[in-house]
Design a protein around this ligand. Structure first.
Ligand SMILES: N[C@@H](CCC(=O)N[C@@H](CS)C(=O)NCC(=O)O)C(=O)O
Length: 212
């Protein structure tokens, strides 16, 4: 299995953590921003990361990829089979990829990544996202968060836990962590998920490479 794309992307991180939690060997080729090869564009026609290969099978989009991986390597499922739980897992993945990503991306870009890449950035956009977009996202997370060490769905780790923690990592690279005074359940629950080796290994590598 090959995952193309830098693990500083929350979408790439989701796929890498998902594969690690399933115990699957996975090669990461850290394609970043900028022009992509013809081979990459043949897998991901709009140039987005991640792109994925499993033998001859090629796929883009983190959610499509994890659904494929869970079905193809079914011994250690991370997407619930129960219809109601499965629906909730898809919702939490969607919440993470759209609402959470949109809240944290301006903070990550303008405070962490663009300055390091010597690209234009605008602190006002980060401050606006922190003031307006992040609070409802974290208030919702607080309302759904289980106890530390427990899971969003059922009694085992699922796509839901992996997905919602991925955008938070980008916030943390920009110095924005979940405030334990305001959001105690969310802070404790996400700290426990992010301490898992699947996340911790990637986070350590990102920090070493980028100086976050
Ligand atoms: N829905 C896609 C989103 C992928 C995405 O937006 N990736 C970003 C990186 S975080 C990207 O490739 N941006 C580069 C670009 O838009 O050209 C997924 O889940 O994989």
């Amino acid at each position: 299995m090959i995952v193309h794309g830098s693990s500083i992307s929350p979408f790439v991180r989701k796929v890498l953590v998902f594969a690690a939690e399933k115990g699957l060997a996975c090669e990461n080729r850290p394609t970043g921003l900028g022009p992509k090869s013809d081979e990459f564009m043949a897998i991901s026609p709009f140039g987005k990361i991640p792109a994925f290969e499993d033998g001859d099978y090629k796929l883009c989009d983190s959610s499509a990829i994890v659904h494929y991986v869970d079905a193809a390597y079914a011994a250690t499922p991370l997407i619930p089979a129960d219809p109601k739980d499965r629906g909730r897992a898809v919702w939490f993945d969607e919440y993470a990829d759209t609402i959470m990503f949109a809240a944290f991306a301006p903070i990550f870009w303008n405070r962490a990544l663009a300055p390091r890449l010597k690209m234009p950035f605008d602190e006002a956009l980060a401050a606006k996202a922190e003031a307006e977009a992040v609070p409802p996202v974290l208030a919702y997370l607080e309302s759904i968060a289980p106890e530390a060490g427990a899971y969003l769905i059922g009694d085992s780790l699922s796509l839901a836990d992996i997905a919602v923690c991925c955008p938070l990592v980008n916030g943390s690279y920009a110095g924005l962590t979940v405030d334990a005074d305001k959001y105690p359940r969310a802070a404790a629950y996400t700290a426990a998920i992010l301490a898992r080796p699947s996340f911790a290994t990637l986070i350590a590598a990102d920090k070493a490479m980028m100086g976050f």
